[in-house]
Ligand binder design. Structure first.
Ligand code: YNC
Ligand code: MG
Length: 413
């Protein structure tokens, strides 16, 4: 049983699918939302984090890089960069009050964090303003003291004070009640390093040399008209994204400012190569578009982001450089019969195949993807292997029937 989640407006175990989609608790006027912060254990205090302040940005970075999510074997731990946090926590319309920290009163050391950012989410036929909750973290020395529920309640209060009453979040852990479940897949790029750090193994009946050969990525991209996204592409990328996402049952709605933020603002500074091969200094996201050479229309795009992990107890290779497939779209989806005929699958294979080339060029060790959007049919041919990680998707204060983690069954984006 769940002492905390049993008290929250989330679908409870055994409820079954709802007859109609909608909230669990009605919204409240601002004055009826609790006005005082929730009490913390003595010796701790609340602290709004200003991510624009390099010192506070670094404090969040330090907390997460030592205490955030690890795999089951405690071999790898996410190492979000300061630039990544800046990008993720400051989309258009963000509220600094949703960046909630807990400090030790005596020395002001940051020991816990949770964040929310606003977005508009389409869930089936409903358009819902939500908070996207992420980066819940409690220092390792303060675990199992029921601090997490206090953080969740406090961020909920801050979100409610801004007139938002729904949220979306993901976790590896199962609590009441996932709306969708996805699995991680991994495309090996730097095989010798991945074997060395035990990210993967050389299977029986296989040699390292053969494994390297099998996973070799082409040295050049294949799609005619592929180039980095630029500022001038924002309106066309926004339009293509919006139309493509209607294929799925749950997806975000991005206006022009949000498209610019999600796909362009994380590209780093300077020229490609300044931050190492294929990278700019501080580069977090990569977005490439396909411009039709005749019509100059944007027909496709893909994006991925950089999220390294610390390789725990490894001095030879302290960091695993991982790229994660983010959003993509293709005009091919709107050609009649393209899906049934396999034309869409073929197009996505060549476009996402180019994402692998770009990531390999930028010296990523592995390229990760989830079983969502249109990924499932293309993963095998692009030589992704099944991972052991799963990711549960959750909605707070919203009922809807389960969403399949893949297009073939309905689908979440
Ligand atoms: C989790 N990840 O079940 P029950 S993901 C949700 N998501 O409650 P304590 C979680 N609930 O079961 P600890 C959760 N982890 O008794 C734990 N819980 O009802 C629940 N790890 O609290 C848990 N980051 O403080 C239990 O646990 C209760 O000291 C136990 O702290 C947990 O960001 C944690 O994995 C995760 O830093 C902070 O283990 C700690 O263990 C830690 O005794 C490493 O808490 C990092 C890590 C989680 C990454 C993420 C999404 C979080 C979503 C939270 C829910 C948001 C709801 C929506 C709010 C806005 C609403 C509006 C409007
Ligand atoms: Mg605790």
């Amino acid at each position: 049983t769940h002492k905390f989640w049993g008290t929250q407006p989330v679908p409870q175990p055994g409820e079954g699918p709802p007859l109609v989609d909608g909230y669990i608790e009605p919204p409240k006027p601002r004055e009826e939302v609790r006005q005082e912060p929730y009490p913390l254990p003595k010796d701790f205090e609340w602290s709004v984090l200003d991510i624009d302040d390099p010192k506070q940005n670094k404090e969040v970075y330090d907390l997460l890089s030592l205490n955030y999510v690890e795999d089951d074997e405690a071999s790898f731990r996410f190492q979000y960069s300061a630039e990544f946090l800046q990008w993720a926590l400051k989309p258009p319309g963000y509220h600094k009050e949703w960046h909630v920290g807990v400090r030790v009163s005596s020395n002001k050391k940051l020991v816990a964090f949770i964040s929310g950012v606003p977005m508009n989410l389409r869930v089936r036929e409903h358009l819902i303003p939500v908070a996207e909750i992420n980066y819940l973290c409690v220092h390792k020395k303060l675990r199992s003291k029921r601090l997490a529920p206090v953080l969740i309640k406090e961020v909920t209060r801050q979100v409610n004070l801004k007139g938002t009453f729904q949220a979306i979040y993901t976790a590896g852990l199962v609590v009441p009640t996932p709306v969708s479940v996805c699995r991680y897949y991994h495309r090996l790029l730097n095989v010798p390093k991945l074997v060395d750090i035990r990210f993967c193994y050389v299977p029986r009946n296989m040699t390292l040399a053969r494994m390297i050969r099998v996973n070799k990525v082409p040295s050049a991209t294949a799609t005619r008209g592929l180039r980095e996204m630029e500022e001038k592409d924002v309106p066309q990328v926004a339009d293509l994204f919006t139309r493509y996402m209607k294929r799925f049952d749950m997806f975000p709605i991005f206006d022009l400012a949000e498209v610019r933020h999600q796909f362009l603002s994380g590209r780093g500074t300077g020229a490609v190569g300044d931050g190492g091969p294929g990278r700019r200094v501080g580069q977090v996201t990569w977005t490439h578009v396909v411009e039709d050479p005749e019509t100059h229309k944007i027909t496709d795009f893909f994006s991925f982001y950089s999220l390294p992990s610390t390789v725990i107890h490894n001095t030879k290779f302290p960091v695993l450089e991982a790229a994660y497939l983010f959003y993509y779209a293709s005009e091919t989806a709107f050609i009649s019969d393209a899906e049934e005929s396999g034309q869409l699958k073929k197009r996505l294979e060549s476009v996402i195949g180019d994402a692998l080339v770009v990531a390999n060029e930028a010296k990523f060790d592995v390229f990760n993807a989830l079983t969502l959007m249109d990924n499932v049919p293309i993963l095998q041919d692009l030589k992704f292997g099944i991972g052991d990680g799963i990711l549960n998707f959750y909605l707070y204060n919203w009922r809807t029937a389960p969403l399949a983690g893949m297009k073939s069954e309905g689908g979440v984006a």
